[in-house]
Structures are given as structure tokens and as C-alpha cells.
Design a protein around this ligand. Structure first.
Ligand code: OGA
Ligand code: MN
Length: 286
């Protein structure tokens, strides 16, 4: 089988064929997948019925994995389970269960673990059980948004540092979702506002829900400014909507794109997603 791909939107995204992750991927095929990842940012692999061990093994070829944050639903060490199903009873959770509310944070445009000192490079999300309608995942590329910026704004942004804060972003949902222990575990961290991919030189805006304010600037004003940057990234022409089929594996580049989950009928349909997260290689700002 040769690795082939089809571009998903003019701006980014590729559906990759000729890959069987459960079977194992040759070094040559992996090199092509890694190139596509750097160039297209979101990769869709259809029909991948994989178990956790196979997902972890494939993910680790991109680098060491992150552990999950403490209060994730059904937190394991290397697999984050994002789901509306109670792991104890295997029944759909009540819609108002705090775990559903907590996971609804994923419905804001964000990039994974930008609240960590070293933010994630990639996430791989496996659709184990998907609802028959809705519950899509949307992606937006920060590269096109950068390319389109006025020159003066490009210059202004180049050296700015944003403070990303998990307590801030989860607090937007409900003030009691992050307790003191978790606050201590995830203190605010600095992140570059503009990032550059070392493999191909492409620059992008890096913002999203965890970005609280700009270091050294007025909090409220710079918060509004960061929101305006996120708005530039998520313009419809720069987005891709993934409609899930069971067995899809979708991988995205957290360094340069934002994503969000879309709502679905949580009281009616099961949605069980398993995520692995490839750790970053270092801080983005001093
Ligand atoms: C994630 C996430 C969105 C979704 O797993 O990081 O944001 O559609 N998921 O489940
Ligand atoms: Mn996410």
C-alpha cells in the first residue's frame, strides 16, 4: 500500500489513505505521514479500528506523550478519554453531570495544553463511539490568519508573549470547575503569540481559549486583543469541520491550529473519544 492523500480544504487538512495503523506503519510511510503533518496540520485516517496500545504505539513515533490532567473523565496515563459515558456503569451520564460540563470546555476554540509550560505538539483523537449526528470537531489554521495580517500588525505581534491559564479558560464555563489543587498544578504560563514551524518555516498566530492576556499589557485590553486574534484564525474560510465516523483517527498540529468540539444530544447519544497527546520539545517563550 502506498500512502496517498487528498487535501480537505484549500488552506489545510489532508485525508490520508493507504495506511493501516493497527497493522503497523513502515519507516518510509511514517516519514511521509510526518511530512504531511508538518505541511497540512490536520490529518484524517478513516477506518482505523485500533485499541489503546496501537494508538499509543503509533502516537509515540512522533515523540514522547503527555500524561493527562488530573481531573479528566476516566483519566489514564497516556490515553485521555473524552466521553459522556460513565466508565463505572457504562451508561450515558446525566447531561448536567459535572464531567459533561467540564468537557464542554472543549467546545471553545483552543489548542491542547497551551496552559502548560511546554505545550503539546500534536493530538490524536480516535472515534471509538460516535453519535449519528452532530458532535463534529472543527479545526482552524493559524497560518492563513498570519499570512493575511497587515505588515504593521505582523511586526507588532512578532515578539509578544501571551499568558495562558487553564483556571481562566475553565472559569469561563463555570467558576467551580477548577479547584485549588488544580490551580497549583497548572499555574499561568508564557507562550509566544507567533510561532514558526522549524521543518518548513511557516509562521502562525498562536492564541485560543487558554490565552488570558498579553504579558506586560493591560489585562482587559489585551484580552480583547487576543480574542480578536482568535477571531481572525477561526474565519470560516480557514476552517475544516470533521464529521465523525466510527474508526476515524484524526491528528492535528497544536502548534499552529485551533480546534473545538461541537455539541450533540448528550442525553441520547454516546460519544467516546480516546486521545493521545504528543508532548512539545520545549517552551515557546522565555
Ligand atoms: C480534545 C478536544 C474535541 C472533541 O480531545 O482535545 O478538544 O470534538 N476534543 O471531542
Ligand atoms: Mn482539545
Amino acid at each position: 500500500m502506498a500512502v496517498t492523500f487528498r487535501q480537505l480544504t484549500p488552506a489545510f487538512g489532508a485525508e490520508v489513505s493507504g495506511v493501516d495503523i493497527a497493522e503497523g506503519v513502515s519507516n518510509a510511510d511514517f516519514a511521509e505521514i510526518a511530512r504531511l503533518f508538518n505541511d497540512y496540520s490536520v490529518l484524517v485516517f478513516r477506518g482505523q479500528r485500533i485499541d489503546n496500545a496501537q494508538q499509543i504505539a503509533f502516537s509515540k513515533r512522533f515523540g514522547p506523550l503527555e500524561g493527562t490532567v488530573r481531573s479528566n473523565v476516566g483519566a489514564g496515563s497516556e490515553i485521555a478519554v473524552i466521553s459522556n459515558v460513565d466508565p463505572e456503569t457504562d451508561k450515558i451520564l446525566p447531561v448536567e453531570d459535572w464531567r459533561n460540563v467540564y468537557n464542554s470546555g472543549n467546545e471553545m476554540w483552543h489548542t491542547d495544553s497551551s496552559f502548560k509550560r511546554v505545550p503539546a505538539t500534536a493530538s490524536l483523537l480516535s472515534g471509538r463511539e460516535v453519535p449519528p449526528e452532530e458532535g463534529e470537531t472543527e479545526f482552524a489554521t493559524g497560518r492563513a490568519a498570519w499570512d493575511d495580517l497587515e505588515d504593521a500588525l505582523k511586526e507588532e505581534l512578532e515578539d509578544l508573549v501571551a499568558i495562558h491559564d487553564f483556571a481562566y479558560s475553565r472559569g469561563l464555563i463555570r467558576s467551580d470547575l477548577v479547584d485549588e489543587a488544580q490551580r497549583r498544578e497548572t499555574p499561568p504560563v508564557p507562550q509566544a503569540v507567533i510561532r514558526r514551524n522549524p521543518a518548513n518555516g511557516r509562521r502562525n498566530i498562536y492564541a485560543g481559549a487558554h490565552a488570558s492576556h498579553i504579558r506586560g499589557r493591560d489585562v482587559e485590553e489585551s484580552r480583547a486583543f487576543l480574542r480578536s486574534l482568535t477571531e481572525r484564525i477561526v474565519q470560516e474560510c480557514y476552517t475544516y469541520t470533521h464529521r465523525w465516523r466510527q474508526g476515524d483517527l484524526v491528528m492535528w498540529d497544536n502548534r499552529c491550529c485551533l480546534h473545538r468540539g461541537r455539541p450533540w444530544n448528550k442525553g441520547k447519544y454516546r460519544r467516546v473519544m480516546h486521545r493521545t497527546t504528543v508532548a512539545g520539545i520545549g517552551p515557546t517563550a522565555a
